[in-house]
Design a protein around this ligand. Sequence first.
Ligand code: PLP
Length: 452
Amino acid sequence: MNRTEILRRKDISHFWHPYTDINSLERREFPVIEKAEGVYLVDTEGHRLLDGISSWWCVNLGHSHPDIIDAIRKQSGRLQNSITGGMSHTEVIRLSERIATISPEGLTRVYYASDGACSVEAAMRISLQYWWNLGKPEKRKMISLSGGYHGDTLGCVGLGYISRFHKSVEHAVKRSITAESPHCFHCRYHRKPENCGLECFASMEKAITENSGSTAAVIAEPVCQGAGGMRIYPPEYTARLRKLCDENDVLLILDEIAVGFGRTGKMFASELAGIVPDMMCIGKGLTGGSLPMSAVVASEAVYDAFRSDSRTDRTFYHGHTFCGNPIAAAAAYAAIDVYERDNVLGNVEMLSEMLSEAFGKYRGIPGVYGSTALGCMSALEISEESGGAGKAFEIADTAHGKGLFIRPLGSVLYLWPPLVTTKKEMEIMLQIFEDSLIENLLTTPRLKRVTL
Ligand SMILES: Cc1ncc(COP(=O)(O)O)c(C=O)c1O
């Protein structure tokens, strides 16, 4: 047995993998990654694997970025952790100022957590307590979009309920009111981008207007519902949502955990809609995907509602041991430097053109039901008649064999490469992606090859 086989055996003896079917894992020769650099993951055999999904959409700046490593190394020699309840430390102070500077205007108060789900939990609790503090405890409902995903803690599952993932715990979850998903791949109104009148928004309008007196907040992933199937939808939806929340005295929380930090071509997706939410959840790309850190960035108005006076205690009694951890804060500060200094958004513009062109062409491959791309996000769906989710997994396996790591979401295959991917690297990823589609979808010899 070689080293990799020994490691795999130890792995399946003790490591409980997230989102992984145990039986199929035990049958597969899954990669064991030992190091990573740039857009490449390197396994224990020395194989280099292009990271086509930025390791769950977070390694925006590529793996092992030297500036982030340097910041982590220096900070870990100075201060590894220090309580932030009632006192502070230098790293969290300078990072908070920096986040306030880069966030949409008016979002100035930063509350830290560790994973994305924890920041959504915090945002939900802030919105509930906000109304309680203002003397309106009856505003306690949440509204979200069907097909949304906000994390896997029970509170988050109530907001972003995906039946395939969450039905076993439905009984333990308090579900939000859900409005219809802006699901352009399967538009119920048979609209195309050219004639879309956002007909699906009527459902959100109904949910908010009928429940405004009892609703604390609406939460949505702006521009793209990620885990729900990479459903990219028009920014205009979010602009209308802002207006409707204002008119009905309901807070708006935008979950930018996946799309924030440049993924859409803007630093934050809300900029595409030209609006500012009351709270924004960030995570993943905040540290360039290097260390767990997430945050809720809130407006002054929200923060002010938490000031106590001589009669009422309005403190936010919610926190995590590692809130604002100094090492993660140093990594985040270094990452923001890189986003700004290296014109990462400029690179996304280049990648965006390449992805749009390629995914536009893939739509012509028999078996591809539809495709979509925006910024550094691109996805296509394999039709049910062509094998749906099963076929998508086969395509991903083929891509893996050719050196590209992708991981489908059901029947949806997507490419979300690091935002610093070069033109050449993108060309290689697209070539492998295309070859894997063709090999698996065009099986009759006559159709073996199409020009894309
Ligand atoms: C939009 C969105 N919100 C929240 C989360 C949860 O983040 P985490 O996995 O860090 O808890 C995710 C994770 O993919 C996400 O995509």
